[in-house]
Ligand binder design. Structure first.
Ligand code: ATP
Length: 893
């Protein structure tokens, strides 16, 4: 269909829709059923069978299958069957874990899926882009990704970057008129917007003409890359560790077989021993538990309003040393109200709260009749016309649709009794130059009922001063001399020092015989009317979040487009700015090189009047100083800085699609305090991962050593393969998971950030793994030798005692693993999951020891009561003796 050649009436007819009211809700539902969801076909998921089979690719499984064959050759059929059962169980576990992780990822994708602003039943509402249907009327603005293929009918300086379709990265200016060319290429269809392309400037509206696979993007979707599985640095390091352990396992197997041959032992037994050792060395459960703990952590973070888009962020969060955060909306409430108005040396105040249009005007404390203040009325009406915000009343509450800054100006004018729709009958908008945070102003060309054209501009006062040549003073237009400029600056500073955001309003008449279109020409030679001072109170929870970050060794830096003095006032209220910290403004920043900025960046607490482009420089300078930087942003221009930061953070409510796509963390509530709680969670997850890595690896070291010692001492084997497998997969599994969701030891926000270069075994973890592992190995061997001495010729009994000692030593050790300091410093029963996990592990062990039919399978013999004393004594030694020694050394250091 050639929608580009049709006029809007024809498109409306074609889709049976209206650009004034959109579709009705019921019609949209009907079409959704007819056309299906507006999404591209996904790559087919791996089938269940294939995914299950892929679990057998593991090296461990191969080792175990060798064990099965060996057991069969030795006639140990029960062994063979049990190991095979464990292999299959393991494959099922792996399968379900992978599917679970996939599901978690899909849920995340859904949460961060793009939305569209759509007109239904005459009301603008926000829906998931996948719910768009042909005929929907949608609107989009700078930073949005277009949700479907659209025929544009309104373009306000609309520019769209279409590189996903055309490869051309220069944005295309969009128009609304039907095109004459019969077969234009995609890049030439200037009145169309396509799914997946990005609005880089301005705003627009259009009718959806294609959704899902019927879009231009759908046609080429086969070429698009599928979702990638991203691993965290820790997962990668663990994989490397896994590879090293496999080599160690293989080497040990060969060594043991060689020793066996030298000692003239039975070949098959030694081969089986070698395989047992290999099983002992590899921490089978580790990668799966890491994945599950990470995804559980991510789920917990969602509850705290933080969506992790890229898994590595969970780890990086704990290393952050600086948070650079936007002020407006993130640190403040973004609920703006005009409280002061200033024109030519005279100040008025307005009362009232929020967006309720009720409030009165005062001058020096006494009420004034606004209708008599001519210039004030002019400023209020201009602020209302050059505005896109709307105030709606819902359930007796006034709600804002649009920008809060504009909402404040709108409400101020409503308090004086104006109505925008009424004003627009008198003044017609001819052209608009929309707001962007680099220009920090916007303007409109307006025509009044007499046909006279003029420009209305509003924006940051310091910017408007530069493009104004006159100012209203004493009710008259005066040249903007240095004297008047000084008066204006004092007024700006006076308002800003009360933490008010300031907006200036200016205008100029356009001579009847002249047409101006160039933005520089329009926004020049203006007459400044006055200022409006807007309050935007800080979010109450931010101050304590900033303080918590400070305790945690994390510096908070405020970055804002707002005035330096306003920023300083709010930063001081929030404890970000202190006596000795520096404030830098955008102009100074623009002149500095990254190297120069590096010199002073550690002392800077506030960057004011900056453009989003400057943010990248700030990230680079901080990183140059060795910082790990978290950076927030919401607009298109913020994307490069968000990408460059170690943790890019975007806003869930006000954030543009591009900002969200570049970020690794999305704040669902746009709140600074959420960053702090995400960091806290990130730190905790990392500490918990350390806990169970210690737990699992100490177990492996213990198992390996007990076997090696026995071989060296020419003793019979203390453990058979099935025992080792049992410990690794059954005994250790549940408690390790429980460690993964452990409560933090003390306040994780009271210590300095982790060094990002620090390895997982740092801070004494390696020592603890080896020392506890060695001790577990020794006590297991000791229990085995003592029992063998007391019960000569009862090898299986001694093996059962060794197995039980190993299990109990691990289950006591697990409580020590919760403690970075020492086991005596924490209530061991606080983690209920852990208590239940340990009790279940003990119960399972008792079952395989005492239930007769299981005894031949697990090579166990019921343990006599007296021997439990030996087992418990031995099992307690690694934790309590070494824990005591560690505590003693620490105390005396
Ligand atoms: P941040 O989120 O970075 O703290 P901000 O919202 O203060 O910043 P911008 O949105 O870039 O930053 O606004 C910068 C300045 O531009 C404001 O201080 C204000 O003076 C002016 N401004 C903001 N919104 C508008 C608007 N809709 N029209 C005209 N000027 C505006």
């Amino acid at each position: 269909m050639k929608y580009h050649a049709m006029n809007m009436g024809e498109v409306e007819k074609e889709f049976n829709t209206s650009i004034l009211d959109g579709l009705t809700d019921s019609e949209a539902k009907k079409r959704l059923e007819q056309y299906g969801y507006n999404e591209l076909e996904k790559h087919k998921k791996q089938s269940d069978l294939l995914l299950f089979l892929s679990q057998f690719k593991d090296f461990l499984v191969i080792v175990l299958l060798v064990a099965v064959i060996l057991s069969l050759l030795l006639g140990e059929y029960a062994d063979a069957i049990t190991i095979l059962a464990i292999v299959i169980l393991n494959a099922f576990l792996g399968f379900f874990q992978e599917r679970k992780a996939e599901k978690a990822l899909e849920a995340l994708q859904k949460l961060s899926a793009p939305h569209a602003n759509v007109l239904r039943d005459g009301e603008w509402i926000k829906v998931d882009s996948r719910e768009l249907v042909p005929g929907d009327v949608i609107r989009f603005s700078s930073g949005d990704r277009i949700g479907a293929d659209v025929r544009i009918f309104e373009s306000i300086s609309l520019e769209i970057e279409e590189s996903p379709l055309t490869g051309e990265s220069i944005p295309v200016e969009k128009t609304t008129e039907p095109l004459k060319e019969p077969e234009p290429g995609i890049g030439d269809m200037k009145n169309m917007a396509f799914m997946g392309t990005l609005v880089t400037r301005g705003s627009g509206k259009g009718i959806v003409v294609g959704t899902g696979m019927k879009t231009e993007m759908g046609k080429i979707s086969g070429l698009m890359q599928g979702t990638q599985k991203i691993e965290t640095p820790l997962q990668r390091r663990l994989q490397q560790l896994g590879k090293i352990l496999i080599v160690v396992a293989a080497a040990l197997t060969i060594l043991v077989v060689l020793i066996g041959i030298i000692q003239d032992r039975d070949f098959y037994t030694m081969l089986l021993t070698g395989v047992s050792l290999a099983v002992a060395v590899i921490p089978e459960g580790l990668p799966a538990i890491v994945t599950v703990v990470l995804s559980l952590g991510v789920t917990r973070m969602i509850k705290k309003n933080a969506i992790v888009r890229k898994l590595p962020a969970v780890e990086t969060l704990g290393t952050a040393t600086v948070i650079c955060s936007d002020k407006t909306g993130t640190m403040t409430q973004n609920k703006m109200t005009v409280t002061h108005l200033w024109i030519g040396g005279k100040t008025w105040t307005v009362d009232g709260t929020g967006y309720s249009p009720e409030g009165a005007f005062y001058h020096e404390g006494s009420p004034v009749e606004v209708r008599k203040e001519k210039m004030l009325l002019q400023m209020l009406t201009y602020g209302m016309i050059c505005n896109h915000a709307k105030i709606k009343k819902k359930d007796n509450e006034y709600m804002l649709v649009g920008s809060p800054t504009e909402g404040a100006l709108l409400v101020a004018a409503m308090k004086a009794g104006f109505d925008r729709n009424e004003l627009l009958k008198e003044y017609q908008i001819v052209k608009e130059y929309p707001f962007d945070s680099t220009r920090k102003m916007m303007s409109m060309i307006i025509e009044d009922s007499a046909g006279k054209q003029f420009v209305i501009a509003k924006g940051a006062p310091d910017v408007l001063t530069q493009v104004s040549s006159k100012m209203i003073w004493d009710g008259k237009e005066e040249a903007l001399t240095d004297k008047l400029k000084n008066a204006l600056h004092s007024a700006i500073e006076e308002l800003a020092s009360q933490a008010l955001r300031t907006m200036a309003i200016a205008f100029k008449e356009i001579p009847a015989n002249k047409t101006v279109t160039d933005v520089h020409e329009v926004e020049n030679g203006l007459t400044l009317i006055g200022l409006q001072g807007i309050i935007d109170p800080p979010r109450p929870e931010v101050k304590s979040a900033v303080e918590k970050c400070k305790d945690a060794g994390i510096k908070t830096v405020m970055i804002t487009g707002d005035h330096l003095i306003t920023a300083k006032a709010i930063a001081s209220q929030l404890g970000i700015h202190q006596e000795n910290s520096k404030i830098i403004d955008g102009k100074t920043l623009a002149k500095m090189s990254v190297k120069e900025l590096e010199e002073i960046v550690d002392e800077v607490a506030v960057f004011a009047r900056v453009s989003p482009e400057h943010k990248l420089k700030i990230v680079q300078a901080l990183q140059g100083k060795g910082h790990v930087v978290a950076m927030t942003g919401d607009g298109v221009n913020d994307a490069p800085a968000i990408k460059a930061a170690d943790i890019g953070i975007s806003m869930g409510i006000t954030g543009s699609d591009v900002a969200k796509e570049s970020s690794s963390l999305i704040l669902l509530d746009d709140n600074f305090a959420t960053i702090e709680s995400a960091i806290e969670e990130g730190r905790n997850i990392y500490e918990n991962i350390r806990k169970f890595i210690r737990y699992l690896l100490a177990s492996n070291v213990g198992e390996m050593l007990v076997m090696i010692f026995a071989i060296i001492l020419a003793l019979p084997l203390p453990l058979v393969p099935i025992h080792i497998l049992w410990v690794n997969l059954i005994t250790d599994g549940l408690p390790a998971m429980a460690l993964g969701v452990d409560q933090p030891e003390g306040d994780v926000m009271k210590s300095k950030p982790r060094d990002p270069k620090e390895g997982i075994f740092a801070r004494g973890l390696g020592w603890k793994i080896i020392s506890r592992g060695l001790a577990i190995g020794i006590v297991t061997l000791a229990a085995f030798m003592v029992t063998l001495h007391n019960h000569p010729n009862e090898l299986e009994y001694a093996q059962t005692v060794a197995f039980t000692t190993l299990v109990m030593a691990q289950l006591i050790h697990v409580f020590d693993c919760r403690c970075e300091k020492n086991i005596f410093s924490r209530n061991p029963f606080k983690n209920q999951f852990l208590v239940w996990a340990v009790l279940s592990s003990i119960a399972l062990m008792l079952i395989v020891i005492y239930i007769p039919p299981l005894q031949p399978i697990f090579k166990t013999v019921p343990i006599q009561f007296a021997d439990w004393a030996l087992i418990m004594l031995m099992a307690a030694i690694p934790t309590f003796l070494l824990g005591g020694i560690d505590a003693f050394i620490k105390k005396n250091r």
